[in-house]
Design a protein around this ligand. Structure first.
Ligand SMILES: Cc1ncc(COP(=O)(O)O)c(C=O)c1O
Length: 379
């Protein structure tokens, strides 16, 4: 199998898997129970919170365990919007966010009457910082954006964004979706108020995430119930899953630089090879991008046909963000970059891991060339 869809999800680390299985069996008690089995279960989860906080350079009480980044994003955005609505109802985001951010903002706009601005990007995927600066107003309460784009791979200058916010209106809260940066780029939470993370993108469990919330920031809970997660997320804690987050994160942070350099080398190689194939156009720009993602178009070909033809060789790629793959024909990110519709419609995304080998890449290239020779172009 040649798996080139690590941005969508990653295989489960076997160390994580084994420990998780034993936790499920041995620590099944409710973490809120007063007897020793409950206390032991709770202690394990709290240890995970403490270690996660330490690795991210924050306080344990600033870590909220969630079911994944979609929940973290929804909670951060809506929780913040509801909390600070007396200050204003203006939110700023970008035109290229993951659907969990995009849809949360649309819901706030269409159902709750908030005013939302979507900052544009240029054809190189660069954020229009002047536009951002102009849009920040007295009644702006939140700026929410991603660190690394999951479809094309742009890396946004979040520190610069923070400085602009500080200059224009320091009361504005800053939320960053860090899903595609975790385990790949250094994470500095000192200048963000809220940040979202997911375990299944870093070889951890699905249904496992974290929301970082600075202690000086408040949010209205979206799930009401008991005292779990500082009363911000009611419901019996998914203790085995939350306990595994710290180990997953520790493993993901090991050899980060080495992995990054290796993937950069792989990426460069694939780029060079793809550029030699007629009909292929590169959508991922050269600069300010992650090496883990490469988006390109086989112009004139239906990407689903290529995807399924490659699948026959057990080679797995993606046509666009998996969360959006059943909807709209064109990726919102490519559309926002102003990529010609014909090119955007035939986009394919491949994404790498430090586990990806050069042999796998060569095999993928071989099959892709073969597929392009055998399938029909659209008229
Ligand atoms: C940038 C980004 N944000 C959020 C998510 C949602 O993560 P989860 O699957 O944990 O809900 C994803 C997953 O594709 C993503 O790539």
């Amino acid at each position: 199998m040649i798996y080139l869809d690590y941005v969508s999800t990653t295989p489960l680390n076997q160390e994580v898997n084994h420990m998780y299985q034993s936790l499920l069996n041995d620590y099944f008690a409710n973490a809120d129970s007063l007897y020793s089995l409950g206390l032991k279960t709770s202690a394990l989860m709290e240890k995970s919170r403490e270690l996660t906080a330490r690795m991210l350079g924050v306080l344990p009480e600033e870590i909220i365990f969630t079911s994944g980044a979609s929940e973290s994003n929804s909670t951060a955005i809506k929780g913040c919007a509801f909390q600070y609505q007396n200050r204003g109802k203006h939110i700023i985001t970008t035109a290229v966010e993951h659907s969990s951010v995009y849809q949360s903002c649309l819901q706030l706009r269409d159902v709750f009457g908030y005013d939302v601005d979507f900052i544009s990007v240029n054809d190189k995927g660069e954020l229009n910082l002047a536009e951002l600066e102009n849009k920040i107003r007295e009644d702006t309460i939140l700026v929410t954006m991603m660190y690394v784009n999951n479809e094309v791979g742009m890396v946004f200058p979040i520190r610069e964004v923070y400085q602009i916010i500080q200059k224009k209106n320091p009361k504005v809260k800053f939320h960053v979706d860090m899903v595609q940066a975790l385990g790949k780029l250094p994470i500095d939470l000192s200048y963000v108020d809220l940040a979202s993370f997911s375990a299944h993108k870093i070889y951890g469990l699905k249904g496992s995430g974290v929301l970082y919330k600075k202690s000086s920031t408040s949010i209205v809970p979206l799930i009401n119930g008991g005292q779990q997660e500082q009363q911000l997320r009611g419901g019996t804690s998914n203790t085995a899953t939350h306990t595994m987050f710290a180990k997953t994160l520790r493993l993901a942070l090991e050899n980060l630089d080495e992995h990054y350099q290796y993937v950069m080398m792989l990426n460069q190689y694939v780029r060079e090879q793809l550029q030699q194939i007629p009909d292929i156009v590169m959508n991922t720009p050269q600069d300010h991008v992650t090496p883990y993602i490469l988006n390109f178009s086989c112009v004139g070909y239906k990407p689903e046909v290529i995807l399924h033809a490659l699948e026959m060789h057990e080679c797995y790629v993606s046509t666009k963000s998996t969360c959006a793959s059943h909807k709209h024909d064109v990726s919102r990110t490519l559309e926002a970059m102003g990529i010609d519709e014909k090119i955007a419609k035939s986009a394919i995304r491949i994404s790498f891991s430090h586990y990806t080998t050069r042999d796998e890449i060569d095999e993928f290239l071989f099959y892709l060339k073969q597929v392009l020779k055998t399938i029909k172009k659209q008229r």
